[in-house]
Ligand binder design. Structure first.
Ligand code: TRP
Ligand code: ZN
Length: 867
């Protein structure tokens, strides 16, 4: 028997309307699967998977068992030992069972090397690996494949010993040995029941960096990071981060690791950053591999953050998992919050907060303001992979942070303890998390729950009134309409607020937490006699956009005096934005206040270089656009370049001094990283003020660099300049890469980010470069992602940038739909642009939407962008 359940590939003339899955339709599973046993023979071209499922009827009903399958061809299927021919539905098997318990056996044959979607079992550079979140297990075996069906897994793997000498799966290795004809085998058992999306298996020619960790109860955990032999030396930083994460989770959350083995494998082809499979994390190699010569300080930090993130999932995700995919933020928002806390503790908390807020504003605010806006807990989806978004991850993390701010650290910890304790081994909801916080703290979070259901970034206006001898703060909030949510209710907005003397610079009213709960509120401050300045939303206590009425000179004073580092940063950013927006509107403002504030920041002895580096970075062109009624990329670019040039000229001397400071490449201390950060920020401003001198300085920095941070920093400035230095440095950088894929990604990305009139044609040429690849998500993102984020170049008034991206994504979609769908978002923002560009962007979206055979992934993003 041969049951072909692969979906028919025949293209339909118009893209099919794909069904939406709705949160309201959730129903508990009809059948549970307490045990899964897999017997797998692994070969890149032809692997077989025999699955044995114990299935148990869940409750009193007579519904059949549904086993999902995606692109699966069953060789045979048996019910309690007897061959059956089930009804199929969109790749799934529908099996009628009379008793309450049964055994289902099936066998499928897979071709991992032909799997370019990188979901299910696939090959990456000779390594066989799996990716199952969200719905990839159904590409390996017929199974319910939903996160509320938890099973214990036993896996037997067999492969050619010479070709695939290392065999790994979740849990513990219980037996291994050699078979006939040069094969070998290994058996793995994972004692913790888990959903299918956490299943993993790896086979390849791998070498391990081994270490161990002693847990707080004294157990020894064997750690291993598996890479190709020649990459072993680059895994030291990731190993250090893993051990630091394990210790941090014990200290800060009381969470201890639970298996005696923890494996990490790095592969070059991976759709996301990394995956938290129980006991066997699989990583995109860019989040493992680092040494000072090939990775920047930012890369080192990202590696530590992602290693921590995936490790923390062992509790927030694996031990307590999601009931359904609408609850994704339950694990992702919480785990991002946890990795942010880890990174803050490992370096400068102030700088980390600034970086996180910049990321939120760059990725999440635009999402929340556009056609793809959705709540942190979405109500419906066509393709769940499209909901691994900045809203679910980063806004989700802000929700957890707000709960911690409202409850205070101790009650928050009591809440997380209760959550883990109450729900260990369960698949639960965002509501269960909030309830645990409520129960442990005695705080009513009823209104707070709106943050999970209402999309859109709240706008807060604040005005301090000292006109009648009293000091009153008037605050109001509105939540904008978003797709499907025309009207909104007021939210709970925690605002850390203080008053600062306009003359004295002293804190007149110590910081307090204002909980805004109504559309409008007035708050009195007692005992304030001096004229005061408002320091509000300190440390970015709520993910909102803020509009504060300011007296002349106030932002300058706050940029100098506000004791809260984030608020001080924010004041300087607001000052810059005021000047930039005026310039972009064709009404140039005097740059002197910005320049003088920057001069004082640079000269301050109280501030460290890392902070200065962040503070002196001008808001990006896209962020300026977000603050304007309609985006005119040319006007924004011109205004920003004019300000950068004025700054570079006026502050040439202190900037040059900062650029001359160096730190040895092997020194990865926060202080050394800060020096390098400020160095390249200063170089960029210097080059804006004097491009010829800038090119000379940048080339000198490039040539003398003993680390990737200085080298890439110098090249990132040079790529936007003219002259022989540019070409020489680009060629040298490519040569030095010597084929290293992560360095080549940088080479592509830097050129796609260049601020030049010929960037579009350069990017088009790079798409035909021999080192370009349509099948590697990192390479694709380094070219198309960087170009899509390059506002001025991408939004070329001809529309050629839009046409190029659309063509590339239509090609990508036939290979890897997840990648295509992720890279289309710059076009989704078409309504925000001036009418000429908006029409051209819309045309490309319509062309994609009308393309036959579009994937569900890309179809959802494109069709929703057009509404
Ligand atoms: N859960 C992963 C994380 O740690 C995200 C992820 C990895 C993912 N690979 C994926 C999501 C593939 C969807 C598809 O955030
Ligand atoms: Zn995650």
């Amino acid at each position: 028997m041969d049951i072909r359940t692969a979906p028919s590939a025949a293209p339909t003339p118009a893209a099919p309307a794909h069904a939406e899955t709705r949160r309201a339709d959730y129903r508990a599973p009809d059948w549970l699967v307490p045990d899964v046993s897999l017997d797998v023979t692994l070969d890149p071209d032809r692997s077989t998977v025999r699955a044995t499922l114990t299935v148990v009827r869940n409750g009193h009903h007579d519904r059949p068992l549904r086993l999902e399958g995606d692109d699966l061809v069953a060789d045979w299927i048996r019910l309690d030992g007897a061959t059956i021919t089930p009804v199929t539905d969109d790749g799934a098997l529908i099996i009628t069972i009379t008793g309450d318990r049964a055994t289902i056996d099936s066998e499928v044959t897979l071709a991992p090397s032909a799997n370019k979607k990188l979901m299910g079992l696939y090959a990456s550079g000779g390594i066989l690996c799996t990716q199952c979140e969200s719905e990839g297990f159904r590409r390996i075996a017929f199974h319910p494949d939903r996160p509320d069906v938890l099973s214990t897994y036993r896996v037997r793997m067999t492969a050619d010993k010479a070709l695939l000498p290392i065999l790994l799966a979740n849990g513990n290795c219980t037996a291994s040995g050699d078979g006939a004809d040069g094969t070998h085998w290994a058996e793995w058992h994972d004692p913790f029941p888990k959903p299918s999306y956490l299943f993993a298996m790896v086979a390849g020619d791998l070498a391990a960096n081994r270490d161990c960790f002693t847990t707080m109860s004294g157990r020894t955990v064997d750690l291993a990071i598996w890479v190709r032999e020649q990459d072993l030396a680059k895994t030291a930083h990731a190993m250090g981060a893993l051990k630091a994460s394990m210790a941090w989770d014990e200290r800060v959350y009381g969470r201890e690791y639970d298996l005696s083995l923890f494996n990490i494998v790095a592969v070059d082809d991976f759709n996301f950053g990394a995956m938290e499979n129980k006991g066997l994390n699989i990583f995109n190699s860019r989040y493992i591999m680092a040494d000072p010569d090939t990775a920047t300080d930012a890369d080192f930090d990202a590696i530590a953050a992602v290693v921590a993130h995936e490790y923390f999932h062992n509790w927030s995700g694996d031990r307590v998992t999601c009931r359904d995919w609408f609850q994704l933020s339950l694990k992702e928002g919480f785990t991002v919050f946890r990795d942010q806390g880890f990174s803050a503790d490992m370096g400068s908390a102030a700088v980390k907060r600034i970086e996180d807020v910049r990321m939120l504003r760059m990725a999440q605010f635009p999402e929340d303001a556009g056609p793809l806006a959705h709540p942190v807990r979405p109500e419906s989806y066509m393709e769940i992979t499209n909901f691994y978004t900045a809203t679910v991850y980063n806004k989700g993390a802000e929700l957890i942070r707000m709960m911690r701010t409202i409850l205070g650290p101790d009650k928050f910890r009591a809440g997380s303890d209760l959550y883990f304790d109450r729900h260990d081994g369960q698949a639960v909801t965002c509501e269960d998390f909030v309830k645990a916080m409520e129960d442990a703290s005695g705080t009513d979070l009823t209104q707070f729950r709106l943050w999970y259901s209402q999309a859109g970034t709240p706008t807060i206006t604040a005005r301090l009134d000292q006109s009648n001898g009293t000091t009153i703060l008037h605050v109001s909030q509105t939540v904008p309409a978003t797709p499907g949510q025309p009207t909104k209710q007021p939210m709970v907005i925690p605002l850390r607020t203080a008053l600062i003397g306009r003359d004295s610079g002293a804190e007149l009213a110590p910081e307090r937490l204002i909980l805004l709960t109504e559309a409008e509120q007035s708050i009195a401050f007692d005992g304030v006699t001096e004229p005061a300045m408002l320091s509000i939303n300190r440390d970015f206590s709520a993910p909102i956009s803020l509009d504060v009425a300011r007296a002349p000179g106030e932002l300058e004073a706050l940029a100098e005096h506000d004791p809260d580092p984030f608020a001080r940063y924010e004041a300087l950013q607001d000052l810059m934005l005021r000047t930039l927006i005026a310039g972009a509107k064709g009404d140039p403002a005097d740059p002197a206040p910005v320049i003088e504030s920057m001069r004082r920041t640079l000269a301050s002895n109280a501030l460290d270089p890392a902070y200065k580096g962040e503070a002196l970075l001008l808001p990006s062109e896209s962020l300026i656009g977000d603050r304007m009624a309609l985006v005119d990329p040319g006007a924004i670019h011109a205004a920003r370049e004019a300000l950068r040039s004025a700054i570079g000229q006026s502050l040439a001397e202190p900037l040059a001094a900062a650029q001359r400071e160096t730190a040895p490449g092997h020194d990865l201390s926060p202080a050394a990283k800060g020096i390098r950060r400020l160095r390249t920020v200063a170089l960029g401003l210097l080059a804006a003020g004097d491009p010829v001198r800038g090119a000379t300085l940048a080339k000198a920095q490039f040539d003398a660099a003993d680390n990737m941070t200085d080298r890439q920093g110098a090249l990132s400035i040079l790529v936007s300049l003219d002259g022989p230095e540019r070409e020489a440095a680009l060629a040298a950088f490519h040569d030095r890469a010597a084929g290293d894929p992560l360095i080549l990604d940088k080479w592509f990305g830097l050129q796609a980010a260049a601020q030049r009139t010929d960037t579009l044609s350069a990017v088009e040429a790079l798409a035909s470069h021999p080192d370009f690849s349509m099948t590697n998500p990192n390479r694709l993102r380094s070219l198309l992602g960087s170009f899509g984020a390059n506002q001025w170049a991408f939004h070329d008034p001809s529309g050629a940038g839009y046409r190029f991206i659309a063509d590339m994504l239509l090609d990508t979609d036939r290979i890897n739909p997840q990648s295509a769908a992720r890279l289309v978002t710059p076009l989704a923002r078409w309504r925000r642009f001036e009418p000429g560009r908006a029409a051209l962007m819309r045309t490309e979206l319509e062309r994609m939407a009308a393309t036959p055979g579009l994937s569900k992934d890309l179809f959802e993003q494109v069709s929703k962008s057009l509404v």
